[in-house]
Design a protein around this ligand. Structure first.
Ligand SMILES: NC(=O)c1ccc[n+]([C@@H]2O[C@H](COP(=O)([O-])OP(=O)(O)OC[C@H]3O[C@@H](n4cnc5c(N)ncnc54)[C@H](OP(=O)(O)O)[C@@H]3O)[C@@H](O)[C@H]2O)c1
Length: 498
């Protein structure tokens, strides 16, 4: 087997210990990664190989699920780790990196290197150029770049230009871990491997669609980073819009990296641009405030007391094409919400005629299909059925499916899936340059507007609530409302609405 070297820049950081090493180990555990490979950590912190191995060993015990904690296997995996102390910002230090890689590669090494950029984003523009300066951008290499890829359209364009000057597009893997989730991929299978939903999947039968990705934590220690980014950059322009695209895209004629990503870009290009006059009724931005048991955003470490960074965004999007014309897509994300959940809810239109008399509370509701990406990954379909006994009273019930029941195979980790794809040279689930640019083209004007108009509304919401009431108001004109995911849900049979 050809030697593979995985180089992680920023290997002393949080992402490496919490996600990347557990993901690489899980590939080793499942024998997706085996044989002739080395993992080389590269950052400024001073570790010997042994010290790095012992650090990662400890962290793996903290972050691996119990079922994967196999002491012997962890020891074998750790034996593949190496460390090179360097500052990835300094070009002169790449000669040493090159020597270290060549030594690990041994004779006959063909440059099969996977670079993982897990550093602060300010280094994303310089690392590829420094790699090129010592010829490490080999034909067989690939590079994974963490989010955020760019800060706005201009910076994304300039990053794309740098990367395209150093690597071919098929070597560039802009990661969005949402696409690595089984449930995101299953959305495609659900839509395109079943004949019954696709005929309904359009403006004739669907009333509106919600996409929610919320969490119940604040910004923790990441204040310095978050205050410059905000919810729109952190979640909406990458993750939420990907989910909108998976929900709205056309089926490609054949499924491969190019055809799939072409369809994603077509969705982005069809987003009806928002002009300033639309902003107030299409976008609600919010910031969490102190509640009786939680800090407000402005009380968090590293946050200026007059910060106007949004921690919540709700938006109404329209996709201007034949399939979706007139169907609003309501999307929202927020920190310090009552729960952590990601889900897509498809609201079908009501029956055209109501023939059953109904009592309050037992009237047929429009069908609702919930695709839960986390937690309790699964699908729930709301149906109206007759209550046994005389008359025709209708009860709204749910039919639910839990992904964990699928053949008893545990849900894979998103990072493991994506790193594995990259090792196998499959960029399908990574973001292509034109998609990044199309997304920034749509969201950039909103950020520019907020920058130019700091007085534009920013609504407070008490930490631990579902966001500003204005986000409910935004949907009311359409007689729509948010379906708030259940808190602490563990049993799918108890699926409920709050
Ligand atoms: N953490 C997450 O859950 C998460 C999730 C999604 C995306 N991301 C993205 O993934 C990347 C890595 O995340 P992270 O949380 O691991 O970041 P981090 O802990 O802030 O940084 C990773 C490492 O980069 C090195 N570094 C920091 N500043 C540097 C500088 N100015 N010059 C050279 N090296 C520097 C540090 O190592 P040394 O001091 O040893 O050099 C640090 O340990 C970030 O871009 C982040 O946006 C992270």
């Amino acid at each position: 087997m050809k030697k593979l070297i995985i180089v992680i820049f920023g290997a002393s950081g949080d992402l490496t210990k919490r996600k990347l090493m557990p993901a690489l180990y899980s590939l080793y555990f499942t024998k997706r990664l085996q044989g002739n490979f080395s993992i080389l950590g590269a950052s400024r912190s001073n570790y010997s190989d042994d010290a790095f191995r012992s650090y990662i060993d400890n962290e793996l015990h903290n972050f691996l699920p119990t079922k994967m904690q196999d002491k012997e296997l962890i020891e074998q995996f750790i034996g593949h780790l190496h460390y090179h102390t360097m500052d990835p910002a300094v070009e002169e230090q790449y000669k040493g990196l090159d020597e270290c890689i060549m030594k690990l590669g041994g004779s006959g090494f063909d440059g099969n290197i996977l670079f993982y950029l897990s550093t602060p984003p300010v280094l994303y523009g310089v690392i590829p150029l420094h790699l090129q300066s010592v010829g490490l951008n080999t034909k067989a290499s690939r590079i994974i770049i963490e989010k955020p890829f760019g800060y706005d359209l201009e910076s994304a364009l300039s990053l794309n230009k740098i990367y395209e000057g150093v690597f071919d597009e098929h070597q560039i893997y802009r990661i969005d871990h949402f696409l690595g989730k089984e449930t995101a991929q299953n959305l495609l299978a659900f839509r395109f491997a079943n004949g019954i939903f696709e005929p309904l999947w359009n403006r004739n039968y669907i009333d509106y669609i919600e996409v929610t990705a919320v969490e119940n934590l604040g910004i923790g220690d990441r204040g310095g980073f978050y205050d410059h980014v905000g919810a729109l950059r952190d979640m909406v322009q990458n993750h939420l819009i990907q989910l909108v695209a998976l929900t709205a895209m056309e089926p490609p004629a054949i499924f491969n990296a190019d055809t799939f990503r072409n369809e994603i870009v077509k969705v982005y290009d069809s987003l009806k641009p928002l002009v300033e006059i639309d902003f107030e009724d299409h976008i609600v931005r919010g910031q969490y405030t102190q509640s009786y048991y939680k800090k407000g955003y402005r009380e968090e470490k590293g946050i200026p007391e007059d910060s106007r960074t949004e921690t919540f965004v709700a938006m109404r999007l329209e996709i201007a094409n034949w399939r979706w014309s007139g169907v609003p897509f309501y999307i929202r994300t927020g920190k310090q919400m009552p729960t952590k959940a990601t889900e897509i809810v498809v609201h079908f239109k009501e029956t055209p005629h109501k023939m059953f008399h109904c009592k309050e509370g037992n009237c047929p509701k429009a069908n609702k299909l919930t695709l839960r990406l986390q937690p309790n990954e699964g699908i729930v379909l709301g149906l109206g059925l007759k209550i046994p006994g005389a008359g025709f009273e209708i009860k709204n019930v749910t039919m639910s499916f839990d992904y964990n029941q699928l053949g008893g195979i545990p849900m894979g980790d998103a990072y493991a899936r994506l790193i594995d794809d990259c090792i196998q040279h499959d960029p399908t689930l990574f973001t292509r340059s034109d998609a990044v640019e199309a997304s920034w083209r749509f969201f950039g004007p909103i950020l520019e507007y907020w920058k130019a108009h700091p007085e534009a509304p920013l609504y407070g919401y008490p930490a631990g609530t579902w966001g500003p009431l204005e986000s409910e108001g935004m949907m009311r004109y359409h007689h729509a409302e948010w379906s708030n995911p259940c808190k602490n849900l563990t049993d799918t049979d108890k699926y409920c609405e709050l």
